[in-house]
Design a binder for this molecule. Structure first.
Ligand SMILES: [Zn+2]
Length: 256
């Protein structure tokens, strides 16, 4: 390997046509965050890359550093997330996560390894999901963790205003998207929505547990509760996103 080459793991997000046979790939890489690379010959039917340059495939790559764009020299598939590809619902949620990664990730991202890892784990979890609740819980975990990594952590344990422990509060607390978390009843100002303690605890547990965790909520959440909480988290993510994310309607149609 010469000094202009480097290795990284990356997940394909989008591709653009560069010429009749070449593609530019937008990827999220473990070492450099958002990364664009040229895949020479990727549009040919007999490309050396096969399906490895398809959307949402994770590859181990060797790239050649160019002046403007780097070139993908070798790609070895780590995970093609096959069960994602056969299911339109799963694919839509996966694309939604890719939008978040593109919107909040940066080039030479200081958080690249953490973001790559949660993106990879979430894609693998959705790929194996059997129910819509499993998908929603996974995407909620992803969003809550992503917000934490990017400096927009939702405060769910303590009042976002006075810092008091929210556990001691009555059955309901106030959730304020604008303030970034829950408020105790003395600090609540009127804006925000009433959130039952059970749902607060549900979100808090999701944010703190891994994608393969099996908490009481993973077992007991209903589609109605999961989709209610999902909308709340999604709306919080949209508030901090510079780009417009996939519409509520498009995702909402899947959750009936
Ligand atoms: Zn307070």
């Amino acid at each position: 390997m010469n000094s202009s080459n480097y290795l990284t793991d990356a997940i394909n997000i989008k591709s653009y046509n560069l010429s009749e046979s070449d593609k530019i790939l937008l990827m999220y890489s473990r070492d450099k965050g958002l990364l664009r690379g040229v895949a020479k010959g990727a549009k040919k039917t007999k490309s050396k890359f096969g399906g490895r340059m398809d959307m949402l495939v994770a590859n181990k790559l060797m790239l050649y550093k160019g002046k403007n764009l780097d070139t993908i020299c070798q790609a070895e598939a780590i995970n093609t997330f096959n069960n994602l590809r056969n299911d339109m619902d799963k694919m839509i949620y996966a694309v939604y996560m890719a939008e978040i990664v593109t919107g909040f990730g940066t080039e030479d991202d200081p958080n690249s390894s953490e973001i790559y890892d949660i993106f990879y784990k979430a894609l693998a979890r959705i790929s194996s999901a059997k129910t819509i609740v499993e998908i929603l819980l996974c995407v909620m975990r992803f969003q809550l963790k992503m917000m934490r990594i990017c400096g927009y952590e939702l405060q769910l344990k303590n009042c976002v205003m006075c810092g008091c422990s929210i556990d001691k509060e009555s059955k309901e607390v106030i959730f304020s998207e604008q303030k970034g978390g829950v408020q105790c009843n003395s600090c609540a100002t009127g804006s925000g929505v009433r959130l039952p303690q059970k749902l607060r605890s549900f979100l808090d547990v999701l944010a703190d547990t891994d994608f393969d965790a099996c908490t009481i909520y993973d077992e007991k959440a209903t589609p109605k509760i999961a989709s209610y909480c999902f909308s709340m988290v999604k709306s919080y993510v949209a508030l901090h996103s510079q780009k417009k994310l996939m519409s509520e309607k498009m995702l909402g149609e899947l959750v009936q």
